[in-house]
Design a protein around this ligand. Structure first.
Ligand code: OGA
Ligand code: MN
Length: 306
């Protein structure tokens, strides 16, 4: 597996167009740094808050990645199109969102959500599955006994995207994390208990690119590779490992979404992620209703959601 190099390229080009976004991100980042300071005290590490500021100042907006692999005799950046945005959701907002997700989980357990919305894994060993809660559509990961391949279930009945998540979508669009052409109309919550993972995969082309994942509760690494080795239950080896801080948004596009596989190895601490994706129009479930608020969306239509 030919990992040559990973480095961060710092770019704030498109954000410089909008000073307000820059200011807001700075505020979110300050808060993030304060938490980092708390963390570093707890772990007795040597980095001072000033050191950390220097580190974080460099990429509090957006990071791009390079990981070169040789594929069919050509050197390719398998992470081309991947971006990490830090400071998009501040700690107060994260708390609110996580609280709401716990409420959803309770409703799911009590059978108060639509048929295909909530699912818990059948746990029989470490590294098996995680809780998922799906809105907008039901994605079926398994090949069915009757031969139906993985994909959006045309007849899957799920709840529509809840309001708080629409507010998150507003933020993703107004912060220029996702383009206006990709306003998500579906989302999936993954709740990982310690030991849970998501195995190597490429997200289905039933969803258009780019799409993104927001991280909550604890930091973990996401592994990328043209090929990812499965070395044990929940243990994977790829050519790039990218830390996902809480409150960050990872955007997958280009090679990072289509050529490289990705996975989350068994997590050490409880973690929640929310992945937002827009369906290919042809793959929308039969009962899908367009949300008028999200049709013909323009960034300027949004007042700030918080
Ligand atoms: C997914 C996925 C990553 C994560 O749901 O397809 O890759 O961080 N999730 O949970
Ligand atoms: Mn994925």
């Amino acid at each position: 597996m030919g990992s040559l190099e990973i480095y961060d390229h710092i770019s704030s080009v498109d954000l410089s167009k909008n000073q307000n976004i820059v200011k807001k991100r700075k505020m979110n980042t300050e808060e993030f740094l304060e938490e980092e300071e708390f963390d570093s005290n707890a772990n007795n590490t040597k980095l001072s808050i000033e050191d950390r500021k220097q580190v974080f100042k460099r990429f509090y907006m957006k990071k791009d990645y390079v990981c070169l692999e040789r594929i069919n005799r050509r050197i390719v950046n398998i992470l081309d199109g991947l971006q990490l945005h830090i400071g998009v959701f501040n700690s107060m907002e994260q708390k609110k969102i996580v609280q709401f997700i716990y409420e959803l989980q309770n409703r799911g357990r009590n059978n108060e959500l639509e048929e295909h919305t909530y699912s818990e894994p059948n746990k029989w060993m470490r590294g098996k599955g995680r809780v998922t809660i799906q809105f907008g559509c039901c994605y079926n990961y398994a090949v069915e006994k009757n031969g139906i391949p993985p994909g959006i279930l045309p007849n899957g009945i799920v709840d529509p995207i809840p309001n708080l998540f629409k507010i998150m979508i507003n933020r993703l669009i107004t912060s220029l994390v996702l383009p206006i052409s990709c306003v998500p109309d579906s989302c999936i919550i993954n709740i990982y208990e310690p030991g849970d993972c998501i195995p190597p995969h490429i997200d289905s082309h039933d969803f258009i690119r780019p799409f993104c994942t927001v991280s909550f509760l604890s930091k973990c690494n996401i592994i990328f590779g043209h090929k990812i080795q499965i070395v044990g239950p929940g243990e994977f080896i790829g050519s790039a490992s990218i830390p996902l801080p809480v409150g960050s948004v990872l955007v997958l596009n280009g090679n990072g979404a289509n050529l490289a596989k990705h996975c989350i190895p068994a997590v050490s601490y409880k973690r929640i992620s929310v992945t937002f994706r827009k369906m290919d129009k042809a793959k929308r479930p039969y009962n899908f209703k367009l949300d008028s608020k999200f049709q013909n969306i323009k960034s300027s239509d949004f007042s700030d959601a918080s």
